[in-house]
Design a protein around this ligand. Structure first.
Ligand code: NAG
Ligand code: NAG
Ligand code: NAG
Ligand code: NAG
Length: 501
């Protein structure tokens, strides 16, 4: 019966979703604290969300009106076969020079909740970020309506100014913390906009942490959040009270409204700072918005390792384990910089993708990419387990481009512990070892808490050059297949030639 019904539906044609972004500086008072220079598009911040349907092609025409190169990354989109459209500066491209234009064009065959952001310097933290919603042709779960909560950390100073203060070796170490405020869908958290709930209806609530460095917790006290999506991957429904999102992460949850409209409720978006600043007594900032139409028991906080993927994809096997130790090093210059296996990433002079395409037989030798790119070369279709070890007192969001990572296991690091901050702090209790369900969730951004390790698996089925950060390594995947199959658009090669001239 159902099959017959589907057979007579007209075939939905995939659309071209054309979006024009003139990226430039905009003056705005976003937090109600200070008018400041932001980065927006078409003279506007926040940047409107982009909404499309699976299999549509995104045509993003970007003109750069800044005085520095820019580039745009779609966080979570695999770019399978279109690696050169991925966006990170000096990994897959040289950036769009000031005054120039470039069109990012690619078909999107994934569904769920994603976001676009600048991937040159820290342009995202000055405002160059927007939600990207890709809807299914047939909803995998039933719901009546949906709301997106795009959460941003916001500072009253530009990133460059804050960074210069943090890195100034003549200033106190560790630097005095600056407190971010939160923006919710572009509005100051203090002016959170109401959402309407109707009795008995079910809503899909999408929450995106678009922040640069801060974590968020999201809840609707009195309502259960039935998680169905983590980073574009559907899960079996999983009931929690609080979502906890590291920068870059997304969740969708189904929320069923109460049967009565006698009371109104609140939604709660709380921005909080990692452990190091907790130690310095920086309190979280709580923002409440009205759920218009109304509390309880112990709270269940999400732990993504407890999610099962909906497709019943089993735990992947392992051909090779790669250990990555993430830490911070205090350099003689007085700067503290992030490292992977004791190497601090430094942008190469030539995008790594161009090196991978031109190195021939040498392309499988990690050394050929320069030691500071922290290149890890994977063979085509190899099953990899990354064993990521964080012996430091800071939480780190680990994000890989071009893939999702199955979360296989996490647990406490055995030590020794490492902290460049000569502060005395209470050693936190790291979580106990926990292994995934037989059908683990995979996601593109994984929180790596202080003093923990996590084991993440993937199959190398997407040839390309993929950055892994915020502690940076470059995954060079199947360069032999890439050299045979990838044809860079002429326009990109011209920009590269122009930039190196
Ligand atoms: C948002 O992500 C940032 C970056 O990982 C993280 O520090 C912050 O805790 C996240 N916010 C929430 C509320 O989870
Ligand atoms: C808001 O959420 C935060 C973090 O989950 C929690 O500490 C705080 O008590 C909540 N406040 C209200 C009023 O719900
Ligand atoms: C990193 O450096 C530390 C201290 O200098 C050393 O003990 C450790 O073995 C090094 N780790 C790696 C992975 O090279
Ligand atoms: C990339 O495409 C190939 C061929 O269509 C497919 O086998 C592979 O699973 C895809 N990888 C990802 C990460 O989508």
């Amino acid at each position: 019966m159902l099959l017959n019904f589907l057979a007579v539906l007209p075939i939905a044609l995939a659309a071209r979703v054309v979006v024009n972004w003139d990226v430039g500086y905009v003056m705005a008072n976003r937090d109600g604290v200070r008018m400041r220079r932001c980065i927006g598009v078409n003279g506007q911040v926040p940047i409107p969300p982009i909404e499309m349907t699976v299999d549509d092609t995104l045509v993003l025409n970007v003109h750069n009106s800044l005085d520095q190169p820019t580039s745009v990354h779609s966080h979570g989109i695999f770019q399978n076969g279109t690696n050169y459209m991925d966006g990170p500066l000096m990994v897959t491209e040289c950036g769009i020079p000031p005054g120039e234009s470039f069109t990012y064009e690619y078909q999107i065959t994934q569904t769920g909740t994603f976001w676009l952001h600048g991937h040159a310097q820290a342009q995202n933290s000055d405002g160059l970020r927007a939600p990207l919603i890709v809807r299914d042709k047939v909803k995998p779960y039933e719901y009546d309506d949906e709301y997106t909560f795009a959460l941003e950390d916001w500072y009253s100073k530009e990133f460059a100014e804050r960074h210069a203060e943090i890195m100034d070796p003549t200033k106190d170490f560790p630097p005095k913390p600056s407190f971010p405020t939160a923006l919710i869908n572009g509005y100051s958290g203090n002016a959170a906009q109401p959402v309407a709930f109707a009795p008995g209806k079910t809503y899909r609530v999408r929450v995106i942490n678009m922040s640069t460095t801060e974590n968020f917790q999201f809840s609707i006290p009195g309502h259960t959040l039935n998680v169905i999506e983590a980073d574009g991957i559907y899960s079996l429904p999983h009931a929690v009270d609080i979502l906890d999102l590291t920068p870059g992460q997304r969740y969708s949850a189904l929320v069923t409204a109460k049967n009565s409209n006698e009371f109104n409720y609140y939604y709660n978006a709380t921005v909080y700072i990692g452990l190091e600043l907790m130690v310095l007594q920086v309190n979280p900032r709580v923002y409440l918005g009205l759920v218009e139409y109304k509390h309880g028991a112990p709270e269940r906080v999400i732990d993504d390792i407890e999610l099962s993927n909906k497709d019943r994809t089993p735990l992947l096997p392992v051909d090779r384990t790669i250990d990555l130790v993430v830490a911070d090093h205090l350099y003689t210059s007085g700067e503290t910089l992030a490292s992977v296996n004791n190497i601090t990433y430094i942008e190469p002079k030539i995008p790594t993708l161009l090196s991978a395409l031109s190195l021939g037989d040498l392309a499988h030798n990690p050394v050929a990419y320069g030691p500071q790119t922290n290149a890890i070369v994977l063979n085509h279709m190899e099953y990899i387990e990354f064993n990521i070890i964080n012996p430091t007192d800071r939480d780190h969001p680990m994000h890989i481009h071009g893939h999702v990572l199955q979360i296989a296991e996490y647990g406490p690091t055995p030590g020794p512990y490492f902290s460049p901050h000569n502060t005395s702090f209470v050693t936190p209790v790291p979580p106990q070892r926990k292994v995934a369900s037989p059908f683990p969730i995979a996601r593109d951004t994984v929180e790596l808490s202080a003093f923990t390790y996590t084991k993440l698996r993937l199959r190398a089925d997407n040839p390309g050059v993929w950055i892994m950060h915020c502690h940076v390594a470059t995954v060079v995947e199947a360069p032999d297949v890439l050299a045979r199959t990838l044809r860079m658009p002429e326009e990109m090669l011209q920009i590269a030639a122009q930039s190196s001239a």
